[in-house]
Design a protein. Structure first.
Length: 204
């Protein structure tokens, strides 16, 4: 009588574990009401912004074009030290804009909409930059032709690759849940069979 109750208790315990584990294994991640993923790996885009650089005997400059601003990094050519609080002006195709110095970032920004729209056109742009500091005055010349949009987006190939990887991950998760279920069921059946044999042996 005791062996029979022990058999029932063991099988019931294993089935309870099976019912508790299966939902977690079958759900690889949280989903929203429309099936979208609420948690998962974040795909970052490392594509660089369009840029140009130029230098003279006094200064060197690197500029990066974004959709809403042109960021300019100005350094002394000899020491490579950043130049702070300079007067920096850019001219191209009759348009002129004054750069604003950002003391926290240590660079300069141009946000003039007309000039930004001009520089984003896929053509060759001739640029003249005027730099004035307490010690020096200089002109920097540069040519710039954007080879990609100012605001980059992930390519279709990357999107398809990520989608396929996610699909494969779901398939593997489903296989894993079924395998776990079979293992637990086998353990439950084996325990029941072993306890049954033990009970029969004791009757002999």
């Amino acid at each position: 009588m005791f062996s029979f109750k022990l058999q029932q208790l063991t099988v019931g315990l294993l089935l309870s574990v099976l019912l508790a584990v299966l939902p977690a294994l079958a759900a690889p991640g949280a989903h929203g009401p429309n099936g979208e993923h609420l948690a998962g790996p974040v795909v970052t885009n490392t594509q660089l912004a369009p840029r140009f650089e130029t230098f003279s005997e006094q200064f060197e400059l690197l500029a990066e074009l974004y959709d809403d601003r042109l960021v300019l990094h100005l350094h002394h050519y000899a020491s490579n030290q950043p130049v702070a609080d300079a007067s920096l002006e850019l001219e191209s195709a009759g348009l002129t804009a004054q750069a604003r110095y950002d003391s926290e970032a240590g660079n300069y920004e141009i946000t003039e909409p007309a000039l930004l729209q001009l520089l984003q056109q896929p053509q060759q742009h001739e640029l003249v930059l005027t730099v004035l500091t307490a010690e020096h005055a200089d002109l920097l010349l540069a040519s710039f032709q954007p080879s990609q949009p100012a605001t980059p987006h992930a390519s279709e190939h990357e999107h398809d690759h990520d989608h396929q990887h996610e699909h494969d991950h779901h398939e593997h998760s489903h296989y894993g849940s079924w395998l776990a279920a079979l293992v637990l069921l086998a353990l439950a059946a084996g325990s029941g069979y072993w306890l049954g044999l033990t009970r029969a042996a004791r009757r002999l």
